[in-house]
Ligand binder design. Structure first.
Ligand code: SAM
Length: 357
């Protein structure tokens, strides 16, 4: 439209509210228009806490990225990243480590254009146009492949984006594809709208939102949101209303956290991997390890039936099992199917090592 600010990409209908610009408005940003502001005000009429919820959501993302940084994560894929504002992922992550790498993905043209401007000349961060409903394309994008090493743990952020994906588009399957691509030890950061605790206000806000915005919102139950984590293990405090997720200070926890009607959680991809079929590359007990693994007289649970893969590519034999077998001084190197992973565990030894063949 004529007379638009120069940051508006061509072809945008600024007379219609949209998610990214509404969120920008709620956060006090400047990349929004009258339609977005009107919707923000209409939402505030039915949910007076709507701005506080948007800020709490944003703050959760920051806390989660700091948590991941402290856990050693140095690469992040943030899908549904929004219009850049205070505390973007690359800023928070690069405070912990200047070399941290971030790929942002969004479908909103304004979010993409503004992110491009902010990230110009930054080697370690990029924005791509990407639709969460097509996760393979996001994973295959050149910038994703350039910045994210999928053989190493990464942080996947899906913060307040999944409730814009309808059941018919199977968000569970989209997230499963993304989880699958991540290395063991990676984290999934998720925040999702729920009616749990506040059904009336959530329904009223949903009606107002869905009347104005083409992309509809879909709040979900705790069970439906939990399923998005698949077999990832939620870290403390689990899936909780936003202010309860590792608050910076007890003073940040309101009397009624369910007023912030989104559930937030961070979960880690398990280290345990099934590497049956892996070849033993080196092991002081190589012979018997191989024997147990490959010969028909293998016990049903051979030492190679379960391993933990540490972030550094380290493999550890199930300690309980190794102790059962009287296994001592493990130093097993495994060429796992996915590449050369290495093992080393010096486990408890309660009885003599088994006979070797
Ligand atoms: N994640 C940011 C945060 O929490 O601060 C922004 C959240 S904002 C509420 C939701 C963002 O998701 C918007 O920028 C919107 O354009 C984006 N979005 C909605 N549906 C999407 C989809 N299918 N794929 C990618 N992004 C999407």
């Amino acid at each position: 439209m004529a007379g638009e600010p120069d940051w508006v990409p061509p072809g945008i209908d600024t007379r219609r509210a949209n998610i990214a610009r509404l969120y920008d408005y709620l956060l006090g940003g400047s990349h929004n228009f009258l339609a977005d502001q009107d919707l923000g005000r209409a939402l505030a009429a039915v949910e007076p806490d709507v701005r506080a919820i948007a800020r709490a959501n944003r703050a959760f993302g920051g806390r989660a990225v700091r948590f991941l940084g402290s856990a050693g994560i140095r690469q992040f894929l943030d899908i549904g990243s929004g219009i850049p504002t205070e505390g973007n992922v690359h800023e928070v992550a690069q405070r912990a480590d200047r070399g941290a790498r971030v790929v942002y993905a969004d479908i909103d043209p304004v979010a993409i254009a503004h992110s491009r401007t902010i990230l110009a000349n930054r080697e370690n961060a990029a924005i791509i146009e990407g639709d969460l409903r097509e996760p393979e394309k996001i994973l295959a994008h050149d910038d994703t492949r350039r910045l994210i090493d999928f053989s190493q743990p990464a942080g996947l952020l899906l913060v307040s984006v999944l409730h814009y994906v309808a059941d018919a588009d199977d968000p569970w399957s989209a997230v499963a594809t993304l989880r699958e691509a991540l290395a063991p030890g990676s984290y999934l950061v998720l925040c999702h709208g729920t009616a749990e605790g506040k059904p009336a206000v959530v329904q009223a806000a949903g009606k107002v939102f869905n009347r104005s915005v083409a992309t509809q919102s879909h709040v979900r139950s705790r069970a439906e949101i939990t399923r998005l984590f698949g077999d990832f293990a939620l870290v403390d405090p689990g899936l909780v209303h936003i202010p309860l997720w590792r608050p910076d200070s007890p003073a940040d926890v309101p009397g009624d956290p369910s007023k912030f009607w989104c559930l937030a959680g961070v979960a880690r991809k398990p280290l345990r991997q099934d590497i049956r079929g892996a070849a033993v590359e080196h092991c002081p007990h190589n012979a018997w390890a191989k024997t147990w693994h490959t010969r028909p007289r293998c016990p049903p649970r051979s030492p190679l039936s379960g391993f933990d893969v540490f972030t550094g590519g380290l493999l550890v034999v199930d300690p309980g099992l190794a102790a059962d077998r009287g296994d001592r001084d493990h130093d097993i190197r495994i060429a796992a199917r996915s590449g050369a992973a290495r093992a080393g565990w010096r486990g408890p030894s309660t009885s003599p090592a088994p006979a070797r063949s």
